[in-house]
Design a binder for this molecule. Structure first.
Ligand code: NAI
Length: 486
């Protein structure tokens, strides 16, 4: 088995945590029980690009229990939990000397070159016994990087020429272009074959879903996609309650500052912003929200937060968190105006929310790494201001996974049960999903929620026939129209 992880000797520790997580992931365990016999994913070769955490380990082993072959990479250079990666490679029945699990290509602290190499490793499978090249036939994506690579690779092969790294507009794009150039030298039809093999992709997060709808609008989307993010039991739970847990976890592990009494700014009041603001308020911070959307701004105001612009509150903010999924939300000029030792972090998917390139190239700025994923950046004194510093978390990449361990198992069980159902839908019913972007039907969304009620001691009220008829729904659901917003 080929794989690349930090240290297989961590497998026992990983397995112990996976066992604890399984108890907290009733949705995934119900999938295993329900589909153990019918093996709906038999024949699926899933390329997974999603944070390689303990919770993801339970997802991977669920996909395997349903018959799939799987190869996995992380979708972020800092988010891998090395003990989880080791345990998945070793597998429940293997040993570090004789690993029998799933090929994982992920470790905490990858370089960008390593990251994109790992992404290729999950799409290109080892040759079969006849020496014929093998490829993934399903993608499970978080943020869309695996999907992006297949689309770029196919584009390149159609044009017969790889994009010139000199034309890249960012350091990361340069790395991608270089990887594509190297790939074209090895084979001229590899990505054509991968694109043909892929039956579909299931996408985990808001930012990846934006990319999919963009490709669909442009007419460039190559295969069907299920937007898992917009299952209610994903975005209204993981994005909100997950961040409510993992945002302050990240700040605490990174800095251990007392949050109570501090002024915290949350940029963006979507699902992630709502959970983030609540988590900071729960610690006693005075929370200020920034928004560009009047509806979300009004929601924030009615939830009791001050709503302002970042520029207006820079001089009082102790903690600044971006949660927009947008670019250039905090500029380097704004960083120069922050309080001494203000904490700056991003919980959105990509690192372009904070102008890290501008910070790195700012004249005279000095970076000191306090510990992995915690950097103090000191700005030189100017005529107006003495030398001052800011504390940047996870180099501007999602800090709840870089500085802490992401969302806890129970909430991820909801997200990942949607992922499993979406993989089954696309793999087993290709005729029902022509190329396009879909969400799971509402009865499956309600089913995911239902699977998590018992564990919390929830007693659900059952509709009478008369009540159901009065509301115009079936006793067994679905209970809401597709327009309902929860
Ligand atoms: P969303 O679309 O619900 O919310 C984003 C909000 O930001 C919107 O209300 C939008 O109006 C606002 N916004 C956009 N530009 C802005 C600006 N310049 N200033 C202030 N506000 C602005 O998206 P959601 O689901 O909250 O996701 C946000 C990001 O977090 C995405 O990148 C998503 O992929 C990521 N995410 C991260 C997770 C994590 O564990 N770290 C979990 C789930 C999602």
């Amino acid at each position: 088995m080929d794989f690349k992880v930090a240290d297989l000797s961590l497998a026992d520790y990983g397995r112990a945590e996976i066992t604890l997580a399984e108890h907290e992931m009733p949705g995934l365990m119900a999938m295993r029980a329900r589909y153990a016999e019918s093996q709906p994913l038999k024949g699926a070769k899933i390329a997974g690009s999603l944070h390689m955490t303990i919770q993801t380990a339970v997802l991977i082993e669920t996909l395997v229990a349903l018959g799939a072959d799987v190869r996995w990479a992380s979708c972020n250079i800092f988010s891998t939990q090395d003990h989880a990666a080791a345990a998945v490679v070793v597998g429940p029945n293997g040993t570090p000397e004789d690993p029998q699990g799933v090929p994982v290509f992920a470790w905490k602290g990858e370089t960008l070159e390593e990251y994109w190499d790992c992404t290729q490793q999950i799409l290109l499978w080892p040759d079969d016994e006849n020496g014929d090249p093998q490829f993934a036939n399903m993608i499970l994506d978080d943020g869309g990087d695996a999907t992006l690579f297949v689309h770029l690779g196919l584009d390149m092969e159609k044009n017969g020429i790889a994009p010139d790294p000199a034309s890249a507009t960012s350091a990361e794009q340069k790395v991608i272009f270089e990887a594509l150039q190297a790939s074209l030298k090895t084979s001229s039809d590899r990505w054509t074959n991968v694109a043909e093999a892929i039956r579909g992709v299931t996408e985990e997060t808001t930012t990846g879903v934006h990319r999919l709808y963009d490709m669909m609008r442009e007419g460039s989307l190559l295969f069907p996609a299920i937007n898992v993010n917009d299952s209610v039991t994903k975005s209204k739970f993981d994005n909100k309650y997950g961040c409510r847990h993992s945002l302050v976890d990240g700040i605490n592990r990174a800095t251990d500052v007392l949050i109570g009494g501090k002024v915290a700014v949350v940029c963006g009041y979507g699902d992630v912003g709502k959970g983030s603001a609540e988590s900071l308020r729960g610690q006693g911070a005075r929370v200020i929200v920034t928004e560009i959307d009047p509806i979300c701004a009004l929601q924030a105001a009615m939830d009791g937060y001050q709503v302002s612009t970042l520029d207006d509150v820079l001089d009082i903010a102790d903690i600044i968190i971006t949660a927009t999924g947008n670019r250039d939300v905090v500029t380097v000029e704004q960083m120069t105006k922050m309080k001494h030792n203000a904490i700056l972090g991003n919980i959105g998917h990509f690192d372009n929310e904070i102008d890290m390139a501008g910070l790195e190239s700012f004249p005279g700025v000095v970076r000191k790494t306090v510990k992995p994923q915690v950097d103090v950046w000191t700005f030189p004194a100017t005529a107006e201001r003495d030398e001052h510093a800011i504390i940047v978390l996870s180099e501007g990449r999602l800090m709840n996974l870089g500085n802490a361990t992401g969302h806890p198992s129970f909430v991820m069980s909801n997200s990942f049960t949607n992922q499993v159902l979406a993989q089954i839908e696309l793999f087993t019913k290709p005729e029902e999903y022509p190329t396009g972007v879909y969400v799971l039907p509402k009865h499956l969304d309600e089913e995911v929620a239902r699977l998590h009620l018992d564990a919390l001691g929830v007693k659900l009220t059952t509709l009478s026939e008369q009540q159901a008829a009065y509301l115009g729904v079936e006793v067994s659901g679905p209970y809401k129209s597709d327009q309902y917003r929860y």
